[in-house]
Design a protein around this ligand. Structure first.
Ligand SMILES: Cc1ncc(COP(=O)(O)O)c(C=O)c1O
Length: 488
């Protein structure tokens, strides 16, 4: 008897068929294939593939912060404490963390919300960041990265309300964790467009439009704001944040603030939504809020160790209990990841043995970010047919690209979106792998791509030259007379 599959595309959970995550999509698959072809010695018009599709700093050569790695190493292997290479503050930190681990081992499960010592540290960090606004460790839930806790919080909104399916408002462009997770949970996306003409601000008018249209069919439950933006790199002004908070209040929406790039800002002050709500006073200081932070970003950039948290403010006790039960089912986030978070929340202070090296390492990370954001912004605005808003933070540029009508036609003939076509051609001709704007969403008729900007200086220069040369050739091929020499 032939053994039939019990699970097929016809009877699988339908929601999973709608999950897309462009950051690891078909262009990356092709890039990996090209890498294999180069290894086999197959001729290409480039000598290497440059992966610029994902915000993974260590993968691009950023060295880890020594203090973090020493804490992780010692926590995993306490016998190393006898080594003279381990500074006293690292030993002290590990002693504190292991003191909160069952039998002093990172191999034991922690409480499902995370170790108490780390949650205390998170609360102190938030208080210091927000100029003294109160923060409680009881409101902090640790996760295996921000994605993990974002999914947990979005799960709260699944299920019909008064006979209507749920919807969550997300920005366009957005980071596709949100679209992918909402698709998986069967929650409708109520998309609102960021205003590219005003440095990717949120317009109250557009928020209202999106809410009104979605409310015809759905119960709109929550509003997601990504600040600093990914892929857009803007940092919202305080006035804009106040407008958003008022909108969420008036429409009875739960606010999810994805603030994972708060330590990757080059040019503007960062205000957390929690702080702004608090300082706006009543009734806004009584609103619920979820704010997300991760160790995958910022100066730590420990993506692979999977660590982050959500601060959940003013949740009803029964909601908090339900969420805690759901987290309990998953046991706990990795304890080594919690060690990383502990270091990020309380890095070495002046006077401590690890401080000089720590300060030098962080300052190099910050210098690189300042240099790359400026370089990307200036270069992209010099390429005819490209435009790019100022990059205030994050680790990406999201330039807009004019794609000539003839190229759009060529894309349609191949059944491809014009920006997919553009990015695929860019990859095939230069080896640079970026993500088409359609993976994040964009206004119809506009085209963009997202590139990571944290490569080494020489590699980044190589990428920028590749964009300029490729675009010139592309315009020449598709008959746009603006093709001209770009001096770089
Ligand atoms: C805006 C945003 N939110 C959340 C995440 C999730 O990161 P992680 O799960 O690694 O913490 C990312 C990762 O790139 C991101 O860009």
């Amino acid at each position: 008897m032939k053994l039939e599959n019990t699970i097929t595309a016809e009877n699988i959970n339908r929601n999973l068929l709608n999950v897309n995550y462009a950051v690891r999509g078909p262009i990356l698959d092709r890039a990996m294939q090209l890498e294999r072809e180069l290894e086999k010695g197959i001729e290409k018009p480039f000598d290497r593939v440059v992966r610029a599709n994902i915000g993974d700093c260590h993968a691009l050569g950023q060295p880890p912060i020594t203090f973090i790695r020493q804490v992780v190493a010692l926590a995993a292997c306490p016998e190393l404490a006898s080594s003279p290479d381990i500074p006293a503050d690292v030993k002290e930190r590990v002693r504190e963390i292991l003191g909160d681990c069952t039998r002093g081992s990172v191999g034991a499960y922690s409480p499902s919300l995370g170790l108490r010592v780390v949650r205390d540290r998170v609360a102190s960090y938030i208080r210091a960041r927000d100029g003294g606004v109160p923060a409680s460790p009881d409101d902090v839930v640790l996760g295996a990265g921000a994605s993990d806790v974002i999914k947990t919080v979005l799960t709260l909104f699944a299920g019909d309300q008064g006979g209507k399916p749920p919807a969550v408002m997300i920005p366009i462009p957005q980071y596709p964790l949100f679209s992918g997770t909402l698709a998986e949970l069967g929650i409708t996306m109520a998309e609102y467009y960021l205003d590219e003409e005003h440095e990717w601000a949120l317009s109250r008018f557009e928020l209202e439009r999106s809410w009104r249209e979605a409310s015809e069919q759905c119960a709109v439950r929550a509003l997601v704001v990504i600040n600093p933006g990914n892929p857009t790199g803007q940092v919202l002004s305080r006035e804009n944040m106040e407008e958003i908070i008022k909108f969420a209040y008036e429409r009875g929406l739960f606010l999810l603030a994805d603030e994972v790039y708060q330590e990757n800002i080059v040019s503007k002050p960062f205000y957390s939504f929690k702080r702004v709500m608090h300082e706006m006073g009543a009734p806004y200081n009584r609103m619920e809020l979820a704010s997300f932070v991760t160790c995958s970003k910022g100066w730590a950039a420990e993506c692979g160790l999977r660590s982050g948290y959500v601060e959940l403010v003013r949740l009803q006790a029964r909601v908090r209990a339900a969420l805690q039960a759901a987290r309990g089912v998953m046991q706990c986030p990795t304890v080594l990841g919690q060690c990383v978070l502990d270091c990020v929340m309380k890095p070495p202070a002046p006077g401590e043995p690890s401080y000089p090296q720590f300060a030098a390492e962080v300052s190099e990370v910050q210098r690189t970010l300042r240099e790359r954001t400026a370089d990307a912004y200036h270069t992209f605005n010099q390429i005819p047919g490209y435009s790019c808003n100022p990059i205030d933070g994050s680790m990406f540029a999201f330039p807009r690209v004019e794609i000539p009508e003839r190229a759009q036609q060529a894309a349609r003939e191949l059944n491809m979106a014009p920006d997919d076509f553009y990015c695929l051609r860019l990859l095939e001709e230069t080896g640079v792998c970026v993500v088409p704007g359609s993976g994040f969403g964009q206004r119809p008729g506009t085209f963009h791509f997202r590139t990571t900007i944290l490569h080494t200086r020489d590699e980044f220069r190589h990428m920028l030259l590749s964009f300029a040369r490729f675009h010139r050739a592309f315009l020449q091929q598709y008959g746009d007379e603006r093709a001209m020499t770009v001096d770089m």
